[in-house]
Design a protein around this ligand. Structure first.
Ligand code: AMP
Ligand code: GLY
Length: 423
């Protein structure tokens, strides 16, 4: 089997790392990839959003499975174009990827499916949105309807803050077209969990759960990021809760999408709030989480390739996956400035020393090759440094030992990844 992975982040490095271990793999490409991925796959200089070029490459090279890492190619129709070319694609068609591409669509589907989620109202008119906010009071949550690079959500603690968010999004165009329509929803209190399920259009298999660390600063302070670290499993997400979420969220939403003629093949990423009233959906993403995927791949014992292929082909019967009982933990190293504009092009030293720490796995997330073999920072989140170990504490110690072996004055990380589980 020849496989093309699309993307260039830590998630794609983890997927390539795991796929490269498959005895069924004949050839692995990654477009566009990064210098870390280049150690396990051949990188192809095609952008993740260059849909026709990606499909032409897959067709010309006999690719039997395309694996979409990020959401952007999916919302642009990568899976649709693969389907038209007769190539199985892991990741949903655009009509189903709307689940992530539009918060309003997500709400419509969740409500039609009877899946528990925050009460909401959708607005195209700023004055109406403000009136609703004043009537509801704070805390309240304002979300840009469309994709806004993870920055389209304001959890407002005061009415004024929520009204400001309306002004920014709807009137000042802070997120362009993505914020002209907003979803205003009830504030949910609880612990957050990322849960993943493999779907073939009709059936779903639970993968595993992880906990992300969204804020940039220790103690969950500062602005939101794409995620500064993760660990898996999430102790708060018990097997009973997992069964409940499969039954009340995943299965009904799959059925609803199928009913709408948009069957979902790929991985459903449920962002959940574990509230006092039970788990509620914050959102669905149509791809693996990043960094969660890196933590998950460190725990997956089974061959990933047949599972992704079965989901892409629409038949997961006969697939079951084994997970290590050992926990994994992953620390993100980011470039100074992140989540604002990160400083680019600084030289990352000590990568060999970090990789030599026993039990560690270093994933590249935002790197590029410099002259003379140097690895340079080329993004906000630059490295994912993780380990699996008999205890979460041991996994954490391995990861931070590797962090400390790096020689990269420009990089930073949170020192408290895992604190909820470790205390
Ligand atoms: P989302 O992109 O919808 O997952 O929102 C980004 C982050 O905002 C989430 O990870 C939560 O931390 C927070 N958030 C979103 N919706 C709510 C809500 N209804 N109540 C409380 N926090 C929320
Ligand atoms: N880490 C959260 C996400 O991938 O959206």
């Amino acid at each position: 089997m020849k496989v093309l992975v699309v993307g260039s982040g830590g998630r794609e490095h983890a997927l390539c790392w795991k796929l490269a271990q498959s005895p069924l793999l004949a050839k692995l490409w990654c477009a566009p990839g990064n210098p870390g991925i280049a150690a396990v796959a051949e990188c192809v200089p095609l952008a993740a959003t260059a849909i026709p070029a990606l499909v032409a490459f897959a067709r010309d090279n006999g690719v039997g499975l395309v694996v979409a890492g990020p959401e952007a190619p999916l919302t642009l129709g990568l899976a649709d174009a693969c389907e038209a070319a007769g190539i199985p694609c892991f990741g949903p068609v655009a009509a189903a990827a709307r689940l992530e591409g539009s918060k309003d669509f997500f709400k419509q589907v969740a409500n039609a499916a009877g899946a528990p989620t925050a009460r909401h109202a959708t607005f195209d008119d700023a004055a109406a949105a403000r009136a609703h906010i004043r009537a509801q009071g704070a805390p309240i949550v304002v979300k840009a309807d469309g994709l806004a690079a993870g920055k389209g959500v304001v959890v407002a603690t005061t009415v004024a803050e929520a009204e400001d968010a309306i002004t920014e999004m709807m009137e000042r165009g802070a997120h362009g077209e993505a914020g002209r329509r907003v979803v205003v929803e009830e504030f949910l209190d609880g612990e957050e969990v990322s849960f993943f399920a493999l779907c073939d259009g009709a059936r779903a298999i639970a993968l595993a759960a992880a906990q992300d660390h969204k804020r940039v600063g220790e103690g969950d302070t500062g602005p939101n990021t794409g995620g500064m670290g993760a660990y898996s499993p999430a102790p708060a997400f018990t097997p009973a809760l997992e069964a409940q979420v499969m039954q009340t969220c995943i299965q009904p939403v799959l059925a609803e999408l199928e009913r709408r003629g948009a069957p979902f093949r790929g991985v459903l990423f449920a962002g959940l709030m574990l509230t006092a009233e039970g788990p509620k959906l914050l959102e669905f993403n149509v791809r693996f989480g990043d960094p969660e995927c890196q933590a998950l791949m460190l725990r997956l014992e089974s061959d990933l390739l047949p599972a992704l292929l079965a989901a892409a082909r629409g038949d997961l019967s006969g697939i079951s996956l084994d997970w290590s009982a050992e926990p994994s933990l992953l620390v993100v190293m980011a470039a100074a400035g992140y989540p604002g504009p990160p400083r680019a092009g600084t030289r990352i030293g000590g990568l060999a020393a970090a990789a030599a720490v026993p039990g560690v796995q270093v994933f590249h997330a935002g790197t590029r090759a410099g002259e003379d073999g140097a690895v340079l920072a080329a993004g906000g989140r630059v490295l994912g440094i993780g380990a699996r170990a008999p205890t979460l504490r041991a996994a954490r110690d391995v990861a931070y030992a590797a962090v400390d072996a790096l020689d990269w004055p420009d990089g930073f990380c949170r020192r408290d990844i895992g604190w909820r589980a470790l205390g």
